[in-house]
Design a protein around this ligand. Structure first.
Ligand code: PXG
Length: 465
C-alpha cells in the first residue's frame, strides 16, 4: 500500500484526491481539472498548505474553530478519553462521565432554562432531531396536527434531508426531492438586497410580520415551531435590522409555537456573547448547537431544550437517537474546549476587545469602490460587492461572478474569505489578535483592489438593469 503523507508532491496528492474523494458542495470535474488546495497543518489563525504557503484563515475552518488551531489540551483530552473509554452508547439506560459532564456544563452556559441536551454528531443531525422533537412534543400534548415548521428562504440548517428541507437554499431544494412536507418558508430580513425603499427598521418589521401572516394563513393549530439563525451565516452573514427579533419574539409569545434558535454558527462566542440568543435578547425553547461546541476538533452537535419542553418529551419514549449521540471522545474534547474558552476569557475578550476593533476596521472597508455595505456582529461579518453603491445594485453578470473573482484574489493574498454569491464573509477564530486583524484587513483590501481592477478590465462593473 502506498503511504500517503504530507511529504508527497502536491500534484500527486491532488491526483489521488481527484481519483477517489468526492467533495461536499463541489463540482467534481471542475475540481479534478484544477486540483484541490491541500492543507497540511495549522496553528492559531494560520493554515499551511502543501506548497508551504501560510494563509490567514478568516473563516475558522467552516465557522467552527473558535479556539484557534493547535491547542494541545484538546488533543490530550481526546487521547485520555480514547484510552479510558473510546466508545460507549447512551441508549438503553446507560450513560458515561463525558456525556454527563458536558450536559451539566451546557446547562450552566446556556441562557434561560435550556437545561437539557439531546446529543447528535453534527448540526444537521441536531436539526433533524428538532423536527421530530417539536412534532412529538405537540403530539404528546394531544395536538398531533401541529406539524408545520416555519423557516426562512436563504436559511442554512444543514445538508441531511430534514435539515436541508428546513433550510431555504433553492439550489439544495432542486436536488433530491426536497423539501419534505410540512415546512413553510418566509422571506429573510436581508435589507441590503431586498429592502427597496424601506428603512431597515420598517423592513425588519415587515419581514418579521410575515411570520404572523404565515401562522394566520396556515392556522395556529397547525404550526409547531419557527426556526431561524440569530444571524444567517451561510446565507451571507445577513445581520437583521434591530426591529426584527423583538417582533419575532412578540409573535412567538402571542401564538402557541416553539422558537428554535439555530446557534450552530452563532453559538460559543461568535456574536460577542456565548449565544446569539443573548446578543438579540431572544428566548428560544430549543437551541441547535454544533461547530464551536468543540471548535471543530471533534464532530458533535446537539439540541438544547427548555425545562418545559423536556418535561413533556420525557412523558413518553422518544424513538430517536444516533450511534454517536454523546460520543465520549467528542464530549471530552468539547468539555475541554469550553473550559479553555471560559477560563482564558476567550469569549469575553473577543466580545469586549477584539470584536469592537475588528468592527471598526471592517466597517471602514465601506469606503472601497467595490463595497456597498460592510456589516459585522461580534466575530462574523460580511461585505456586499456592488457596481453601484447608491442604488445597492446587483451586478449585471450572473450572481456570484464578482464574489468568485474576489475570493480568488483573497487566496492569491493568502487570506481565506468565503464568498456567498456576491457577498464576502468572515468568521475568524475568536483568538485572533489585533495584529492579525490588521493583517486580515490589509489582505482584504489588497484582494478588493485586485478584484476591482479585474472586474473593471473585464467590463463587469456594470449594474443589472
Ligand atoms: N445550522 C447552521 C446554522 C449551520 O451553519 C448547520 C446547521 C449544519 O451543521 P453540520 O455540522 O451538519 O454541517 C450549519 C452548517 C458554508 C457552510 O459554506 C456552512 C455550514 C456547513 C458547511 C458549509 O458556509 N453550516
Amino acid at each position: 500500500m502506498t503511504v500517503i503523507s504530507n511529504h508527497m508532491p502536491t500534484a500527486e496528492l491532488q491526483a489521488l484526491d481527484a481519483a477517489h474523494h468526492m467533495h461536499p458542495f463541489t463540482n467534481g470535474s471542475e475540481l479534478a481539472a484544477k486540483g484541490a488546495r491541500v492543507i497540511t497543518r495549522a496553528r492559531g489563525v494560520t493554515l499551511t498548505d502543501s506548497e508551504g504557503a501560510e494563509i490567514l484563515d478568516a473563516m475558522a475552518g467552516l465557522w467552527c474553530v473558535n479556539i484557534g488551531y493547535g491547542r494541545e489540551e484538546l488533543a490530550e483530552a481526546a487521547a485520555r478519553q480514547m484510552k479510558e473509554l473510546p466508545y460507549y452508547n447512551t441508549f438503553f439506560q446507560t450513560t458515561h462521565v463525558p456525556a454527563i459532564a458536558l450536559a451539566d456544563k451546557l446547562a450552566e452556559l446556556a441562557p434561560l432554562d435550556l437545561n437539557h441536551v439531546f446529543y447528535a454528531g453534527s448540526g444537521s443531525e441536531a436539526n433533524d432531531t428538532n423536527i421530530r422533537l417539536v412534532r412529538t412534543y405537540w403530539a404528546q400534548l394531544g395536538k398531533p396536527e401541529k406539524q408545520v415548521i416555519i423557516s426562512r428562504k436563504n436559511a442554512y440548517h444543514g445538508s441531511s434531508v430534514g435539515s436541508a428541507s428546513l433550510g431555504g437554499m433553492a439550489a439544495m431544494h432542486g436536488q433530491g426531492g426536497l423539501p419534505i412536507p410540512g415546512i413553510h418558508h418566509i422571506d429573510q430580513p436581508n435589507w441590503w438586497a431586498e429592502g427597496g425603499e424601506m428603512s431597515p427598521e420598517e423592513f425588519g418589521l415587515e419581514r418579521a410580520r410575515q411570520l404572523e401572516q404565515a401562522i394566520q394563513e396556515l392556522g395556529e393549530d397547525k404550526v409547531a415551531a419557527f426556526i431561524a439563525e440569530p444571524v444567517q451565516g451561510a446565507g451571507g452573514v445577513i445581520v437583521p435590522p434591530d426591529s426584527y427579533w423583538p417582533e419575532i419574539q412578540r409573535i412567538c409569545d402571542k401564538y402557541e409555537i416553539l422558537l428554535i434558535a439555530d446557534e450552530v454558527i452563532c453559538g460559543f462566542g461568535r456574536t460577542g456573547n456565548w449565544f446569539g440568543a443573548q446578543t438579540y435578547g431572544i428566548r428560544p425553547d430549543i437551541m441547535t448547537i454544533a461547530k464551536g461546541l468543540s471548535s471543530g476538533y471533534a464532530p458533535i452537535g446537539g439540541s438544547l431544550v427548555s425545562d418545559a419542553v423536556a418535561e413533556v418529551l420525557n412523558r413518553g419514549e422518544f424513538f430517536h437517537g444516533y450511534t454517536y449521540s454523546g460520543h465520549p471522545v467528542s464530549c471530552a474534547v468539547a468539555l475541554e474546549n469550553l473550559r479553555i474558552l471560559e477560563e482564558e476569557g476567550i469569549v469575553a475578550r473577543a466580545g469586549s476587545e477584539t470584536a469592537p476593533y475588528l468592527k471598526q476596521k471592517w466597517e471602514a472597508l465601506c469606503d472601497h469602490p467595490l463595497v456597498g455595505e460592510a456589516t459585522i456582529v461580534g466575530m462574523m461579518g460580511s461585505i456586499a460587492l456592488t457596481p453601484d453603491k447608491a442604488r445597492r445594485a446587483p451586478f449585471a453578470a450572473e450572481a456570484g461572478t464578482a464574489g468568485l473573482i474576489c475570493r480568488e484574489a483573497c487566496f492569491a493574498n493568502n487570506l481565506v474569505m468565503r464568498h456567498v454569491g456576491d457577498r464576502m464573509v468572515i468568521s475568524p477564530p475568536l483568538v485572533i489578535t489585533r495584529d492579525e486583524i490588521d493583517t486580515l484587513i490589509d489582505r482584504a483590501r489588497a484582494a478588493l483592489d485586485q478584484a476591482h481592477a479585474r472586474l473593471t478590465d473585464e467590463g463587469l462593473m456594470r449594474a443589472a438593469a
